[in-house]
Design a binder for this molecule. Structure first.
Ligand SMILES: [Zn+2]
Length: 287
């Protein structure tokens, strides 16, 4: 199957059961590993990148590579730009053939945020591309996205409903206690808030910063409307650890490094997919 947008992938996942994992990449091998894991698990994924990697690798080359390696696959794949604060990355990715983009104008006042996001939605939808956006600010650091703890704000349920209605976005990233990067202690998610948001909105919700969030918390979040779960730090950690291991092995070859790291990423992605689809199935059984 070729590349699809988020809405089509959600439909596929809903039919077979499960929330979709979105995995951030910072190398070509990471992209390959995620595509392999998706085929193995027979479950769709979102291959996702922030602008620093895309600027380095080239959005068009990334889109062509993902399109090539997913050609003939049984499972659909989404290629998404993650956290773009402005137009340039969005336009480059739309032109390159990405099937989904995230515009994050949450640093702007509410009215301006709506205006920018609504414009992106208009252009993206005309090209069949879905749009994710964020309301509230998830704390932490992820590539060039940095939000201090003091500046982090949780998503307001009423604002979320207005935001969706005025912008026409396809998925809403919520700030309910997860962080970008490593957790200092046990992640505490505000499930009450998530439930209220879910009651007020009618589009899938997205949980960012899910690395390190325990399985049961992810499970609960999925039961409260989360259909896309973003992982980045766990992949980066696996990549760095396996690189270190390979380099410290006597007589190592660069190709061994690449293979080991790719295999580690594949395993991490497989384990996350397992959790996400299991959570959904348990939720179904409970009802
Ligand atoms: Zn994020």
């Amino acid at each position: 199957m070729s590349l699809v947008n988020l809405t089509e992938a959600f439909k596929y996942a809903e039919n077979t059961g499960g929330a979709i994992g979105a995995f951030n990449v910072s190398s070509w091998e990471m992209i390959a590993a995620i595509a392999i894991a998706s085929e193995e698990a027979e479950f769709p994924v979102v291959i996702q990148a922030q602008w620093p990697f895309l600027k380095h690798a080239g959005p068009l080359r990334v889109a062509q590579y993902v399109s090539d390696i997913t050609k003939g696959a049984k499972i659909p794949t989404v290629l998404q730009l993650d956290h773009s604060k402005n137009w340039e990355p969005v336009m480059e990715c739309l032109r390159a053939g990405f099937t989904s983009v995230m515009i994050d104008a949450s640093h702007l006042p509410f009215a301006e945020n709506i205006k920018v996001v609504a414009e992106v939605v208009k252009v993206a939808h005309a090209m069949g591309v879905t749009v994710e956006s964020e309301l509230g600010k998830v704390a932490g650091r992820e590539d060039d996205v940095v939000v201090n703890e003091a500046d982090a704000t949780f998503t307001d349920p009423d604002e979320a409903a207005t935001f969706i209605q005025k912008t026409g976005i396809d998925a809403l990233a919520v700030s309910v206690g997860t962080v970008h990067g490593a957790y200092k202690g046990e992640p505490l998610l505000d499930f009450e808030r998530l439930g209220k948001i879910n009651d007020k909105v009618n589009i899938p919700l997205v949980l960012h910063g899910a690395s390190g969030v325990p399985e049961n918390a992810l499970q609960r979040a999925i039961g409260l409307g989360v259909l896309k779960v973003n992982f980045s730090t766990d992949l980066k950690d696996a990549w760095i650890l396996s690189m270190k291991k390979a380099v410290s092995t006597p007589g190592f070859e660069p190709l061994d490094c690449v293979k080991m790291s790719q295999d580690q990423i594949r395993q991490v992605v497989n384990s996350k997919i397992d959790i996400l689809r299991k959570a959904f199935k348990e939720e179904l059984n409970a009802n």
